[in-house]
Design a protein around this ligand. Sequence first.
Ligand code: SAM
Ligand code: SF4
Length: 337
Amino acid sequence: MTTTTARPALIDGFGRTVTYLRVSVTDRCDLRCVYCMAEKMVFLPKAEVLTLEELDRISSAFISLGVRKLRLTGGEPLVRKGFMSLVESLSRHLKSGALDELTLTTNGTRLAELAADLARLGVQRVNVSMDTLKPDLFRTLTRGGDLAKVITGIEAAQAAGIAVKINAVALAQDNAAEIPQLIQWAHGRGLDMTLIETMPLGEVEADRTDQFLSLEQVRRELSSYWTLTDLPLNTGGPARYVRVEETGGRLGLITPLSHNFCEACNRVRLTCTGTLHTCLGREDASDLRAVLRAGADDEDLIEAIRHAVDAKPQGHDFQIARGEAPATRRHMSTTGG
Ligand code: SAM
Ligand code: SF4
């Protein structure tokens, strides 16, 4: 077993230290959000998806290299068979102090059943995606989802002592007018809220030019009736935070298109097939599954990770113009949001 505490941190070619890993545990989902998936998605054959043991092994290698925060995502992480045993296994790193935070991003549909167990295993915060408070619009945007289930899930998480942050994608044609209500709803329940600009990841039916709503514009509108105070909070990611003085709550704005956030980027992403993407918006990829399945020991795996991180691109290359191809061919559900 390698002793890891003495190892130097994972530092990329531009001097950025990688301390945050997002792991997509499945490409599958019980919803089909219009901006995320095509209506008829073809999911990966099981053999291509990392086993729970492989997910644990790669995640643990990253933790041994100084990753302090692990976010499990997907697809929908809570639909992955055996997901709770993966959480249980990874929670050993929380107990040992090697990991500061084990968290997940979920659509919330299964949260009601699982929140208490997640809390017991040390999950203290979750992000729940919810783009509207209108049940009909929710059904349309998710192609069949039940908003009531998500709200019950959020309440169960809160009751279990888990802090919930609501993520909403800002959609020009669908929820733009509702954004203030969403913020009030979240803040009224003591929940943080983050708005996300649509990103051009993977082909979907809708034209992203029609869906794109600049958060600069949203911010300007909100500022016309609310006081937004910039917060110094920087998580190393694309979100910028403000406090809405009137609601007392925190609002994050993720603006990958109207703002570049790459210089302070501290994160990398592992897909459910074991491909490491060191930049969300580029096609760069390292196949860690191939390394594992070729019989690599921990040293080989760590070497492959170091090699990939060393080549992390300086920045993304997103553009949303009419007729432009997506920045990447992969959907957000493959890379993990
Ligand atoms: N199923 C979980 C969920 O919905 O929270 C986790 C995975 S989902 C891919 C993670 C986040 O990515 C969600 O908040 C979703 O709204 C967001 N997302 C998906 N496709 C996106 C896109 N093209 N642009 C921006 N955000 C996107
Ligand atoms: Fe599923 Fe999340 Fe994508 Fe919606 S955003 S289809 S819930 S993976």
